[in-house]
Design a protein around this ligand. Structure first.
Ligand code: DQA
Length: 143
């Protein structure tokens, strides 16, 4: 089964971000880890990243139209994009919100997620393992 793994702004430049928060990951390595974790669970993960709200919304529309499950790290859009929330709400297949860091232990503006209310679940704070745990959650949801 195909899974869309969508990543928002600045995640394509993980290697240049604060290593105390994001470790020494780069996006290519993260993508390879996600694809490998997905394969073990029988998923074909289509891993994408965009800095554009418009493009992320179009990918969520694609997921809604094709009834494809989604693992979604909306990055900073998590905290304020109602347009992305509304697009995520149209996805009727399971959608899991993920974060590499734990936004609740960071600055106050990160404590709000406008996405969580339309996600089936949220996993945060486990680095690349957040995605693996989300895929495990999806696998049990889809049984
Ligand atoms: C993030 C957390 C967000 O607050 C931040 O804006 C990101 C990454 C994470 O994966 O920990 O860009 O979504």
């Amino acid at each position: 089964m195909k899974i869309l793994v969508l990543n928002g702004p600045n995640l394509g430049r993980l290697d240049l971000r604060d290593s105390k928060v994001y470790g020494d990951l780069d996006f290519a390595g993260l993508k390879a880890d996600i694809i490998a974790a997905g394969k073990e669970l029988g998923f074909e993960c289509d891993v994408r990243q965009s800095d554009s709200e418009v493009e992320l919304i179009s990918w969520l529309h694609e997921a809604a139209d094709s009834n494809t499950p989604v693992v979604f790290n909306p990055a900073a859009f998590t905290h304020y994009s109602y347009a992305i929330r509304d697009a995520a709400d149209m996805v009727k297949a399971p959608l899991i919100e993920v974060h590499l860091s734990n936004p609740m232990s960071r600055e106050e503006f990160r404590h709000t997620s406008v996405i969580s209310g339309v996600a089936d679940g949220t996993i945060a704070g486990f680095g690349a393992d957040s995605y693996r745990l989300a895929l495990i959650g999806l696998a049990s949801r889809l049984k």
